[in-house]
Design a protein around this ligand. Structure first.
Ligand code: ADP
Ligand code: ASP
Ligand code: MG
Length: 412
């Protein structure tokens, strides 16, 4: 029988009643002739609650135990989903990550999937089981301990299962009815897209649109998984939601497909570093060794052999970055006057494959921000995106201004 993967996010399994609604959808797909692999998230808010407990134990916790705690939310929903399906006379069984076993790397709290053996679950389908309910977000590392895949990781579990089992499709059920031109919570003019290209979705996800975890889009692109995002509250309809697909399958599109934002950015400036060969390596080497994810980088024009170097990184890595820079200074690798951290910034980005062939997108973006009197602190560009760092208090205004400037509320 053909296999379908259905993933239900936190809001879709937030209460026993919602689990029942989700289970009804699964039951209908079983009636349509599919064997179904259901991937569940923890109930809405549960993972945050568990992370809070871990953080209360102290600032430098053991990531292995973090994973042991935060993975538990998914165990509850997997069991409850299987029970609910059984109540509806749908033969179902739950699996935790280690039981599959979904094997991952050893990077606790941010593990990558290495292998999903299919024999165990396929054998059960062969015996008449119709639904395998798998706890998302979790796996088992080489040391035999539970790992997790990073926040939002159930999306990646779902796509990886779809790839491993050669599923017909991977349906991601969430609290919005598809991928929008921007976060519908920020702009009421946001428009749902019927289709979006893998490359665009990958950029939007990595620039902050959390509707899909970045890694899930990467996997879908690599393994050609038919990936659909849709609401678990709407009608069941074959054309519902947004299909993430190859760019060749999109007939018409805007130059800019969408606007993304990330609140979680900090701007760090090293004041007065010596401008000499090797200085960038001497700064960014230690940052990378300390596990700081540097995103944007700007070096000022130098004066009298000294310059300022600015970079951005996630807010929760500021302390680590400061520590790494202080150590490099103490060890004599670099010499700077001061390190200034600005945590009141946000990143706003426009994304679109149309930018490859259209000039002037950057100018139009900067003009729209200038019309709102928004100062740009740092700019980066790549082939299909432009990002700016701005004061956080202007983030929503910037998203709305850019959404208007690129005419995203109108259908392409
Ligand atoms: P789930 O719990 O189902 O995984 P998430 O909260 O992780 O749901 O992701 C869905 C949320 O992503 C939406 O509620 C929406 O606020 C946010 N979002 C951000 N950008 C977009 C976008 N471009 N399109 C749709 N949703 C977006
Ligand atoms: N429950 C996990 C989280 O909140 C994984 C997920 O929902 O995708 O990050
Ligand atoms: Mg999510």
């Amino acid at each position: 029988m053909p296999i379908l993967v259905m993933k239900f996010g936190g809001t879709s399994v937030a209460t026993p009643d919602r689990i029942r609604r989700a289970a009804k959808r699964v039951g209908r797909e079983v009636a349509n002739g599919f064997d179904v692999i259901v991937i569940v998230s923890a109930m809405a808010g549960e993972t945050n609650r568990l992370v809070g407990y871990v953080e209360e134990t102290g600032p430098f916790f053991d990531a292995r135990e973090y994973d042991a705690v935060v993975s538990s939310g998914e165990n509850v929903t997997a069991g409850l989903m299987a029970l609910t399906l059984q109540e509806m006379d749908v033969p179902a069984r739950s699996w935790q990550g280690w039981q599959v076993p979904l094997r991952t790397t050893d990077v606790h709290a941010a593990a990558r999937i290495e292998e999903i053996p299919t024999d165990n679950i396929l054998a059960k389908f062969g015996e008449g089981m119709r639904v395998a309910v798998v706890a998302g977000f979790q796996g088992i590392g080489p040391d035999g301990r539970i790992t997790t895949l990073g926040r939002g990781g159930s999306d990646t579990t779902a796509v990886a299962f779809a790839a491993a089992f050669g599923a017909e499709r991977c349906d991601i059920y969430t609290d919005v009815d598809g991928v929008y031109t921007t976060d519908p919570r920020i702009s009421d003019k946001a428009r749902k897209l019927d289709r979006i290209a893998f490359e665009e979705m990958l950029e939007l996800a990595s620039l902050g649109a959390k509707v899909l975890q970045t890694r899930s889009v990467e996997l879908a692109m690599r393994y050609k998984v038919r990936l659909r995002v849709l609401s678990s509250f709407g009608e069941m309809d074959a054309d519902a939601g947004t299909l993430v697909c190859d760019e060749e399958d999109i007939v018409e599109s805007n130059v800019v497909a969408g606007v993304a934002y990330s609140r979680d950015e900090a701007k760090m400036t090293l004041i007065s570093v010596a401008d000499r060969p090797g200085i960038a390596a001497a700064i960014f080497g230690p940052l990378s060794e300390a596990g700081v994810n540097v995103d944007m980088i700007v070096q000022n024009i130098s004066e009298e052999g000294r310059t300022d170097m600015t970079f951005s990184c996630p807010t929760n890595q500021v302390a680590r970055a400061e520590q790494a820079m202080q150590k490099a200074k103490d060890d004599g690798q670099i010499n700077y006057h001061d390190l200034v951290a600005d945590t009141d910034v946000a990143k706003v980005s426009v994304v679109g494959i149309g930018m490859r062939s259209h000039a002037g997108v950057a100018a139009q973006m900067f003009e729209a921000l200038s019309a709102e009197n928004i100062n740009i602190k740092v700019i980066t560009t790549s082939e299909i995106k432009i990002s700016v760092l701005i004061d956080r208090k202007y983030m929503e205004l910037a998203v709305q201004a850019l959404h208007d400037a690129f005419g995203l509320e109108k259908a392409a």
